[in-house]
Structure formats: structure tokens, C-alpha cells
Design a protein around this ligand. Structure first.
Ligand SMILES: *Cc1c(COP(=O)(O)O)cnc(C)c1O
Length: 398
């Protein structure tokens, strides 16, 4: 039986999945229906920060599963309390709201910002500035804030009062921001849009402009947060502090959970009853997230991310020297993007598929950029095996 072919009988055809169907996995290795071994350089799209089936996370999950699964937001629970404490004590923010995904996190951040502006100023302060090419999730508010019209144009009418500035362009943001802006939402590294790091002066200027016009600065760290860039949060590379941080992806290292962290000053944006979610703060997801956070928030582990990133770059640059497929290898930590030479323009998906044919799982980020988001603790041996396979995959296309 081929499981991949069965799928289309029962599911909406949204994703166009690859032929490889993993049955089990461990660390950075996935095993398929025929026991083929695939090296994992994508970790569930930057989610499995500690690889597959990390023993400590398994223990935490099993222990919590025997104690308490779900209580709703009518009651406090211990794992949620601990997670709120860990996230606020280790970030520039003071208060947390826990939800279930990245989209829910950006949605909550934008709603909080609108409501804060309405309560503290007047209705004219309702604009949201986001950036072209950005990605903030898939609800209608999130795709509208996102800067890729392919995700929003077919769902009109869209929520109004969202404007898009040019990323990394100071003049563009200066021209658009004024006192009618409630919030600016930005990814410190545009991930889905092609792994494009913000230049420091750009984010520093955003901070200045948001202070000047009393707008809330939201960092969407759904992909960059929780160790991915070699620091706990990407904002820590930039010498500034956002007012709200959006988290998800690696927060649960594979268990679904999202969160926003908010500075005290803006915490009153949400008050009793103004927002909510049934599953948010679920004991199972919070217990796993606490365990994952305590493992990742460790200097040795974070230094290891940068070491591994160095190893990846060495292999990839050597491969590229021979094949000349990529014009640039960029990113921060283990969020790596490789921009295709013009000659190979639009081939990122083909490269991803060729990777799977050679038993290495990689990603794309826009049609012209290959992306790698491996586990933060991937062993050097797996980096080597995977890079050799990736070289074979690229060779098969050249
Ligand atoms: C993945 C992602 C989201 C959406 O997260 P979901 O969990 O898929 O809803 C939002 N923002 C960024 C930056 C992301 O990378």
C-alpha cells in the first residue's frame, strides 16, 4: 500500500505532499514505509528544535498525560504557570497569553494593539503597518497583515487599515508611519519570504519611530524564536526590545502551542473577556514547552547552534563552489537560506523534491530560495551525511 496515494481520497488537496511518508523518527533521522532513512534538515518547518522524539520530552509528555490533560481557562494549571514564568523572566516582556499556533499568536498581538489604541487614543489610531513579502499566518487578519498577496487576494474583502511598507527600507516606513498607526508588525528575519535578515539600523529605526508615534512594535518570532538563530530570541541580536513577541513553532518542539509575550505597559490592551481560546494553556502542551525551554535556554546549546551553522555553511559553500547553483548563502544560526542564481530561478521546489529522492529533507522559502531549518542539536555526522545527499540531489539537476 502507498500511504501517500491514499491521502487524496480523504483530504482537501491543499499541500501537495511529497511521496515520502515517515512512519517513525528519532533525532534528525526519519524512517519511511520501506524503512528508508531520510536525514531531516527541515525539522517540521523549524518546529522540532530538539529533533524527533527527544527522550526528555517523551518523559515529560508521558508524566503529564498520567496527571492532567485539559482543564479550560476557567482554572489555572501548574504547567501553564511555569511556562508563563519561564517566558517572561527570560525575555524583555512581562505578561503572557498562551494559544495554539503562530497564526493565533499574531492574531492576538494585532487585536491587542488595535484595542489598546482604541482605549487609550481614539478610533482614528487603527492602522497596522506590516511589510511586503512578510508571513504572519493564515487567518484572514494574518494573511491580510502578511505581505504576500497570493495568500490573501482570493479571500476579499479583507480587514481594512493594514498597509505594507518595504522591508529593510527606512524611507518607505518613514513615509507611511504617523500617529494614526496602532502597531507595526515585523519578522526580524523574513523566513517564509526568503530568509532575509533585517538590517540592524532598520529595526532600530522602527523602534524609534514606534516610540515617537506611540505605536506598538510587534516582533513575529514564530520562526526565529526559541534558539533558532543561536540566541533565545532573534531580537537579542539587534540591541532593541519589541513591545510584543509572537511565538509558536519551536515553542513546543513538535507539540502544538503558541504564545504572545507583552510588555507591562501594553498589557491592558486585553482585559477580562476581551480575547480567549479553549485549548490555550493546555497542561500537556505547556508541560512539553517548559521542558523544551529549559533544555534550549542554555548557553552550551545555543553556542552549539552557531557551531552547527558554521559546519553547514562550510559544506554548503564547498558544494556551491563546485556547482554554482546559489548566488548567496545567508541567514542566522540554523535558519539558513540559499538564493538561486538567475539561471536556476524558480527551481527551489524542484530542488526540495530532488532532496527527498536522495533521502534528505530540505525546504524552500519562496520559489528562488532553498531553506534549511534542522534540529538545533543535529549531530555532526548527520550534517555530513545530509549535505552529501544534498550535493547528489543538486548534481542530479545540474
Ligand atoms: C509559521 C509562521 C506563522 C504561522 O504559524 P502557524 O503555526 O502555521 O499558524 C506566523 N508567522 C511566522 C513568522 C511563521 O514562520
Amino acid at each position: 500500500m502507498n500511504l501517500r496515494q491514499e491521502y487524496n481520497k480523504y483530504f482537501l488537496d491543499i499541500y501537495g505532499q511529497v511521496d515520502f511518508v515517515p512512519i517513525k523518527a528519532s533525532g534528525s533521522r526519519m524512517f519511511g514505509e520501506n524503512n528508508e532513512m531520510v536525514i531531516d534538515f527541515m525539522s517540521g518547518i523549524a518546529v522540532n528544535g530538539l529533533g524527533h522524539c527527544h527522550p526528555e520530552l517523551i518523559n515529560t509528555l508521558i508524566n503529564q498525560a498520567q496527571k492532567l490533560w485539559h482543564v479550560s481557562n476557567i482554572m489555572v494549571n501548574e504547567p501553564a504557570l511555569e511556562l508563563g514564568q519561564l517566558l517572561t523572566e527570560n525575555s524583555c516582556c512581562d505578561k503572557a497569553f498562551i494559544c495554539n499556533s503562530g497564526t493565533e499568536a499574531t492574531e492576538a498581538a494585532l487585536k491587542l494593539a488595535r484595542r489598546y489604541a482604541l482605549k487609550n487614543f481614539d478610533y482614528s489610531k487603527n492602522k497596522i503597518i506590516s511589510f511586503k513579502n512578510s508571513f504572519h499566518g493564515r487567518t484572514l487578519f494574518a494573511v491580510s497583515a502578511g505581505g504576500q498577496s497570493k495568500y490573501s487576494q482570493d479571500f476579499a474583502p479583507l480587514p481594512p487599515s493594514i498597509i505594507h511598507a518595504e522591508f529593510n527600507n527606512l524611507e518607505s516606513i518613514e513615509a507611511l508611519i504617523d500617529k494614526t498607526v496602532a502597531a507595526v508588525i515585523v519578522e526580524p528575519i523574513q523566513a517564509e519570504g526568503g530568509v532575509i535578515p533585517a538590517i540592524p539600523e532598520f529595526l532600530q529605526k522602527l523602534r524609534e519611530l514606534c516610540d515617537k508615534y506611540q505605536a506598538i512594535l510587534i516582533f513575529d518570532e514564530v520562526q526565529t524564536g526559541i534558539g533558532r538563530t543561536g540566541k533565545l530570541f532573534a531580537y537579542q541580536h539587534y540591541n532593541i526590545e519589541p513591545d510584543i513577541i509572537c511565538l509558536a513553532k519551536a515553542l513546543g518542539c513538535g507539540f502544538p502551542i503558541g504564545a504572545i509575550l507583552v510588555k507591562e505597559k501594553f498589557a491592558s490592551g486585553f482585559e477580562l473577556g476581551s480575547h480567549g481560546t479553549t485549548f490555550g494553556g493546555n497542561p500537556l502542551s505547556c508541560a512539553v514547552a517548559c521542558s523544551a525551554f529549559k533544555i534550549i535556554n542554555n548557553n552550551e546549546l545555543l553556542d552549539g547552534v552557531n557551531e552547527r551553522a558554521g559546519q553547514f555553511r562550510e559544506y554548503l559553500e564547498a558544494i556551491n563552489e563546485e556547482l554554482g547553483i546559489y548566488s548567496e548563502i545567508r541567514g542566522k544560526g540554523l535558519l539558513l537560506g540559499m538564493e538561486l542564481e538567475e539561471k536556476y530561478s524558480g527551481k527551489a521546489r524542484e530542488i526540495m523534491l530532488a532532496g527527498f529522492k536522495h533521502n534528505v529533507a530540505t525546504l524552500m522559502a519562496s520559489p528562488n530560495v532553498s531553506r534549511l531549518t534542522p534540529s538545533l542539536i543535529i549531530p555532526e555526522e548527520d550534517i555530513m551525511i545530509g549535505c552529501n545527499r544534498f550535493a547528489d540531489a543538486l548534481n542530479s539537476l545540474c
